[in-house]
Ligand binder design. Structure first.
Ligand SMILES: Nc1ncnc2c1ncn2[C@@H]1O[C@H](COP(=O)(O)OP(=O)(O)OP(=O)(O)O)[C@@H](O)[C@H]1O
Ligand SMILES: Cc1ncc(CO)c(N)n1
Ligand SMILES: [Mg+2]
Length: 559
């Protein structure tokens, strides 16, 4: 993940943005931020909210006035998805229907200005909008209609993305609209977001090809009336960093981030402008809104880099990657029950005793044939645990072996581990799933069939069951024996890994036939890590398992 860094941040900036235009608006935004607050706000004369203690949730609203992209990468479709991803309700006024895909624009059908106005009135007289964002505005009449409507129904902020040309190079609005854009719409805007060619067109055709040009262009566009100008650097030559230049009438801010190597950049401009509109609608001031939007765009670009949608040069983003992570569902990252065959659980004290780091222990176990790793850390402080987890994850990723974190969901999330292992008294599975999303692996320790059934119903991916034999690794741990293990296996259909006192001498017994079909392997600590040679100890256990679990062996090759 890379973030947007701010160069030359000026603290005078924040109060100059008129996000809270009236006291009334301030109350609205406070109410928005604290939707469960009761009638305090109402008693301050704000009749927009209920006067009883009933909770009313006021949803932040963005109205996008833009063109439809049939390929759904840019335009109205990008705007809706970006707003949805950021938790904002997005209404849509369509100015043109484009026949468009990842290769370019094949046709444009413009909506008559009076019908654009009709759509705007439908939205504004009923649902209303906190922020209006404009995109493709193909005719002078459409721009004039929008200005007229906005004069009658003013909003908290107006974000203008002066779309002239698509990423593909196709023209979306001719030079005919430039004058009315400059003279009528831009003076009403709180923010205008031209890319380099658009900045150049707005200032009369002078080239904008480097940061110094971007600064000058931003200032010249600011002189046309908008409160803030963000000149986007997506088209800057070179492969290094990405810089957008923001000018607020007083200072320039260079907002930098790293370039994501991807051809999936169709609609980045629309996405950025609507994400800014969404953050403004939530009540954030201009600069924080832009920074938050850039972070969202950077994360989305990163998450979409490997997607393969369409045959054209510029593919779309997965705006909703938090809901559906296409990059992961379609690859080997999905949990495979066979990965439980030889489950290595690290022990910090043991590693310390043998003078090895957790990452070295993990490497040894993987090289010896471990098929999944869990980092279990009972003593370390959070920062140290995270560093150990990150170093171990690097090793595990190198070998393509999943790595889970014991108990600590914060660590698992911070290092983007493959999942988490939870005990009965840890975070409930449902909450862990809500935090980690559908793709991460969640395992739960169970001693009884009832617990196993619950883990399954709550959405766990696997069960760890034991102690099968007495163990010294876990204090006060009840031994359930082989019979207890079998009962747990029959308690649910999800895969089970046996744990507790297992070594080369008894692993064969645990896995012997007849065996419940969902018993997939053994989890071990001491058998691997309380040994002088982790690789050799793991290899020894792996060959015992290979003899008993023949069918599983080919799935995870012995390294
Ligand atoms: N490959 C990339 N990696 C990181 N950030 C990018 C990349 N491409 C674009 N951006 C960022 O995306 C935003 C939009 O950039 P750009 O200048 O390409 O807008 P645009 O031409 O209006 O986009 P479009 O018309 O395709 O919607 C900018 O903040 C830019 O820095
Ligand atoms: C409809 C539409 N709006 C904006 C853009 C800018 O990318 C596009 N390609 N299509
Ligand atoms: Mg654009």
């Amino acid at each position: 993940m890379q973030g947007a860094n701010l160069v030359g941040f000026n603290t005078n900036f924040l109060p100059t943005f008129p996000i809270f235009k009236t006291t009334q608006h301030l109350f609205c935004h406070l109410k928005q931020a604290y939707p469960t607050a009761s009638s305090t706000f109402a008693s301050m004369g704000n009749d927009e909210f209920t006067t009883t203690t009933t909770t009313t949730v006021r949803v932040p609203r963005v109205l996008t006035v833009a063109g439809s992209d049939s390929g759904a990468g840019a335009g109205i479709q990008a705007d809706m998805k970006a707003c949805a991803a950021l938790g904002v309700y997005c209404t849509t006024v369509i100015t043109a229907v484009t026949a468009q895909n990842t290769a370019g624009v094949q046709g444009i059908h413009t909506v008559p200005a009076d019908f654009v106005e009709k759509q705007m009135l439908s939205v504004l007289t009923d649902i209303g909008a906190d922020v209006v964002k404009t995109g493709m505005l193909p005719t002078v009449d459409i721009i004039r209609s929008i200005c007229d409507v906005l004069k009658t129904y003013p909003v908290t902020a107006l974000v203008v993305d002066p779309v002239l040309v698509a990423t593909s190079g196709d023209e979306l609005a001719g030079p005919a609209v430039l004058d009315v854009l400059r003279e009528e719409l831009l003076p009403m805007a709180d923010l205008v977001t031209p890319n380099l060619p658009e900045a150049s067109a707005l200032i009369g055709g002078e080239n904008v090809v480097n940061i110094s040009d971007m600064r000058e262009a931003a200032q010249a566009i600011h002189a046309l009336g908008p409160r803030n100008v963000l000149v986007k650097g997506g088209h800057l030559p070179g492969t290094g960093g990405m810089v957008d230049v923001l000018y607020d009438g007083v200072d320039w801010h260079e907002l930098s981030g790293s370039r994501v190597e991807t051809h999936n950049t169709h609609g980045t401009g629309c996405t950025l402008a609507s994400a800014i509109a969404a953050e403004l609608a939530k009540g954030h001031p201009m600069l924080p809104a832009i920074l938050a939007a850039k972070q969202y765009l950077a994360d989305t670009l990163q998450q979409s880099a490997g997607l393969n949608i369409g045959r054209g040069a510029q593919g779309p983003l997965n705006h909703l990657y938090k809901l559906s992570n296409w990059g992961k569902t379609s690859t080997e990252r999905q949990f495979k029950p066979e990965a439980l065959l030889l489950y290595a659980v690290t022990d910090a004290a043991m590693n310390k005793r043998w003078g090895r780091s957790t990452a070295d222990a993990v490497r040894g176990a993987i090289e010896g044939g471990a098929t999944i790793i869990q980092i279990r850390e009972k003593e370390a402080e959070t920062g140290e645990f995270l560093r150990e987890a990150e170093a171990s994850l690097k090793v595990a990723r190198h070998y393509g072996i999943p790595l889970l974190i014991n108990d600590r969901i914060d660590i698992a999330m911070a290092c983007d581990a493959d999942g988490i292992h939870l005990g009965q008294s840890d975070l409930p599975v449902a909450q862990a799933r809500a935090l980690l999303g559908p793709e991460k692996i969640i395992g739960v320790s169970c001693k009884t069939p009832e617990q196993a059934e619950k883990a399954w119903k709550d959405g766990a991916d696997y069960i760890g069951s034991g102690g099968v034999y007495p163990t010294t690794t876990k204090k006060d741990n009840k031994t359930i024996g082989l019979d207890g293990l079998r009962e747990v296996c029959y308690g649910s259909p999800i895969p089970v890994v046996a744990i507790g006192g297992i070594s080369t001498s008894n692993a064969g017994q645990v896995m012997q036939e007849p065996r419940p079909q969902n018993l997939k392997g053994v989890a071990v600590v001491s058998a691997l890590f309380n040994q002088a040679d982790v690789v050799a100890s793991t290899q020894a256990l792996r060959s015992v398992l290979a003899r008993t679990v023949k069918k599983s062996s080919p799935v995870v090759p012995l390294l």
